[in-house]
Design a protein around this ligand. Structure first.
Ligand code: PLP
Length: 354
């Protein structure tokens, strides 16, 4: 792929690495590429970060034909930069785009674009502990027309944001509300894709959760509102009687890269991982009986997020005395160890940016 480079007049001052937060700062450059029916992807460009001009009739603004991805670049102790399983993100974006009838970005093109932009912006990859460069690729329909149909033009963009730990409080347990009114996804819908529309419809659950003093929502299945599926932007796992339970990937749950990696590691460590439908009633009962040993969310942004309490229909159950579980901590240390290059990557998951 031929990537054009448009130079920026003046570079920004880099933010304080100790106060990055999440998604507040953006690197100097972004990657853009256009698609037109009959031509394919063209004009791959690394250009100054800045506004994208749009006709008010642009399809994405009306019908939400949009998909995105999220991955990170990590700075190792030796100064080199690495990505974590970027091919999984590339493949997932192909699946998302196919579901939304959007032009797909071939896997090698996706990885080349990510690699080229991170390479160009390597000074933006922070080095403080727990920091990384969050990479946000996204694509949207950019034909201008109010008719509802498959767009003939798309844009693929990648922006970069240096980030610290996802939660300001650090790896502290969070309280989660089980949502029993609204649903996020149904069989046959778009639950397995990373599309903006899924989030638009789920914010109401988040707002409700905050009213109950919870930081996240745990969604139930869309048909019976009986089985636990996933959290706002994380998959979720439960340790009950020494075994791990998590929802299966059957169309409604997002197939997380972190989820897949953690399942691999757990099975290697000899744990039984059940990818099965766990009912919220059985979950709450395990909590009351003291058999619910640990709960944690998995996702690129926070990696592993311990859950200290669950609230369902007015009842609150506390998990592990609101402390980080032993296995949760071990998984966090091991996986982040691989990501930052501190632990041997025996799975071959990391990829140096060159
Ligand atoms: C992105 C996302 C996840 C986590 O996926 P990772 O690949 O592990 O970052 C889980 N659930 C939803 C709804 C998501 O959007």
């Amino acid at each position: 792929m031929d990537i054009k480079f448009i130079k920026r007049e003046e570079l920004q001052e880099k933010p304080d690495q100790k106060k990055l937060g999440f998604g507040k700062y953006f690197a100097d450059y972004m990657f853009t590429m256009d698609y037109d029916e009959g031509i394919g992807w063209h004009d791959a460009t690394i250009r100054p970060y800045g506004p994208i001009e749009m006709n008010p009739a642009t399809v994405v603004l009306h019908y939400a034909q949009e998909t995105f991805e999220g991955l990170k670049a990590y700075r190792r102790a030796d100064g080199q930069i690495q990505l974590f399983r970027p091919e999984m993100n590339a493949r997932r974006m192909i699946n998302s785009n196919e579901r939304l009838c959007m032009a797909t970005i071939p896997e090698d093109m996706f990885i080349e674009a990510v690699n080229a932009l991170v390479k160009a912006e390597e000074d933006w990859v922070p080095s403080e502990p727990e920091t990384s460069l969050y990479i946000r690729p996204f694509a949207f329909a950019c034909e201008s027309s109010l008719g509802v149909h498959k767009s003939k033009a798309y844009k693929f963009v990648i922006i970069l944001s240096p980030v610290g730990a996802y939660y300001a409080e650090g790896l502290a347990p969070v309280k989660i509300m089980v949502e029993d009114e609204y649903v996020r996804a149904v069989q046959g819908g778009t639950g397995f894709t990373k599309c903006g529309g899924n989030y638009a419809g789920s914010i109401i659950g988040q707002v409700k959760a905050e009213k109950y003093g919870c930081s996240q929502v745990l969604w139930l299945d869309g048909r019976e509102r009986k089985y636990v599926e996933e959290v706002g932007a994380m998959n979720i796992m439960f340790k009950i009687d020494g075994e791990i339970y998590t929802a299966p990937i059957e169309g409604t749950v997002l197939p997380g890269v972190t989820r897949d990696s953690i399942i691999h590691i757990l099975r290697d460590w000899g744990y039984k991982v059940n990818e099965t439908h766990l009912s919220v009633d059985d979950l709450m009962q395990a909590g009351r009986d003291g058999r619910l040993e640990e709960v944690y969310g998995t996702g690129t942004a926070a990696v592993i997020s311990p859950v200290g309490a669950l609230v369902y229909k007015g009842e609150e159950i506390t998990i592990n005395n609101f402390q980080i579980g032993e296995l949760t901590q071990k998984l966090y240390d091991y996986l982040t160890g691989i990501q930052w290059g501190k632990v041997e990557d025996k799975y071959g998951w990391t990829r140096l940016v060159k």
